[in-house]
Design a protein around this ligand. Structure first.
Ligand SMILES: *Cc1c(COP(=O)(O)O)cnc(C)c1O
Length: 384
């Protein structure tokens, strides 16, 4: 009897040689590792009869606050709401200006406009990708209310310099930490350096839910109270609205999932760091720019972002060889149609524009195999 040749009997040549296609990020692997624990947490939340607020939310909030070294954590529906509610809680509103990095994720700007204020862009340091404190002076006006630095790609911004500048000019500081769960600045976890620190638990983040979720951490009890109130119809007590709030609450089922995943965050961040260090060693001395880490920063490598003058060619050649990469982000915020009203033309923020043309995110994640990491590094080395 002859045996039919099927794809199951003929091994894929790449995988047979340990060179399977490399996905950018494998979220199912993270779930598979914790399936039993997540299943029982979800089951417990579902059986509890509490579907808004309650003990799952309280437990996650207190564990995450403790993890971040913050006094308070307020769960909200997503990262964008976390940012917008934090800005509203510190008093940002119509007519105010908020300084953000010109290369940040669009949600950072959207939060400012959602709060009724105007984003004012400041160029980043191109080698760390983060807001350049030296340039803050050029952006301050009498309407400036706050600075909103993003810890982009998992690397902390230079908080001491930003906070010192803010103090000098009477400004508040809110951090966008949506990519920086577990990162440290000068040895201290991101979570309470400034007035309020905003988190997203979007599924792809270092700490990701199985859907949308977010939080704000702070050491200021009044800011925490106001965010909780704003996110729950502006109620100070039930049915009594002190302000025009919104509905933005952390789902208890997501809170239960996040409490499980939080236990593994450090271990998963360590694996990301190992991969980043491997890329850093293997990709030296090529015609690409590697991310620079200041000595006071302990990044958590949400993304590993290189810069290449021939980014699009490199990206498509990697794709042909089965390596998936992404671009974070291909269009600078000031050139987005949504922000045409800011009135900036091409050339207005050359660093952000150059980054949009040259950045390339290589696969990184806690479940990326060593073989995959080696395949990425050797392929980039050959092509770059
Ligand atoms: C993901 C992200 C957000 C928005 O979070 P959502 O939960 O998707 O609303 C904001 N800022 C940055 C830097 C992000 O990466």
């Amino acid at each position: 009897m002859t045996r039919a040749i099927t794809s199951a009997t003929v091994p894929n040549l790449w995988s047979w040689r340990g060179l399977a296609d490399v996905a950018f990020l494998d979220l199912r692997a993270a779930y598979a590792e914790l399936q039993a624990e997540i299943g029982s947490a979800v089951g417990r939340a579902a059986a509890s009869g509490w579907y808004i607020g309650g003990s799952e939310v309280d437990a996650f909030e207190s564990r995450f606050a403790q993890y971040c070294d913050a006094d308070h954590c307020v769960g909200v529906a997503n990262g964008l709401d976390a940012l917008c509610l934090a800005l509203r809680a510190i008093g940002v509103g119509a007519g105010d200006e908020v300084i953000v990095a010109s290369n940040s994720y669009i949600a950072t700007l959207l939060a400012v406009t959602m709060a009724g204020a105007t984003p004012v862009l400041v160029e980043p340091n191109p080698s760390t990708f983060n807001l350049d404190p030296q340039r803050l002076g050029t952006a301050v006006t009498e309407r400036t209310k706050a600075i909103l630095p993003t810890h982009l790609y998992g690397q902390p911004a230079d908080l001491d310099a930003i906070l010192a500048f803010a103090r000098q000019h009477g400004l508040r500081v809110v951090e966008d930490a949506a990519q920086a769960h577990g990162a440290r600045y000068k040895g201290k976890r991101i979570g309470a350096h400034s007035d309020a620190v905003c988190w997203s638990f979007y599924p792809t983040k270092n700490l990701g839910a199985l859907g949308d979720a977010g939080a704000v951490t702070t050491n200021d009890p009044e800011i925490a109270r106001r965010i909780r109130m704003f996110g729950n119809y502006g109620w100070s007590i039930r049915y009594v609205s002190e302000v025009k709030g919104v509905n933005s609450r952390l789902d208890p089922i997501q809170a239960a999932v996040l409490a499980v995943k939080l236990k593994y965050l450090d271990e998963w961040n360590c694996r990301r760091t190992e991969i980043a260090q491997f890329y850093g060693r293997e990709l030296r001395n090529l015609r690409i720019t590697l991310p620079d880490v200041p000595e006071w920063a302990e990044p958590v490598w949400h993304l590993y972002v290189i810069q290449s003058q021939s980014r699009d060619r490199l990206r498509s050649e990697l794709a042909e060889l089965g390596i998936e990469t992404l671009v974070h982000y291909p269009v600078a915020p000031h050139l987005q149609q949504a922000y045409a009203d800011l009135g900036h033309s091409p050339g207005a923020f050359p660093i952000a524009e150059r980054l949009a043309d040259t950045v390339l995110s290589l696969p990184i994640g806690p479940h990326l195999s060593s073989e995959a990491v080696e395949k990425v590094a050797s392929t980039v080395r050959r092509l770059a």
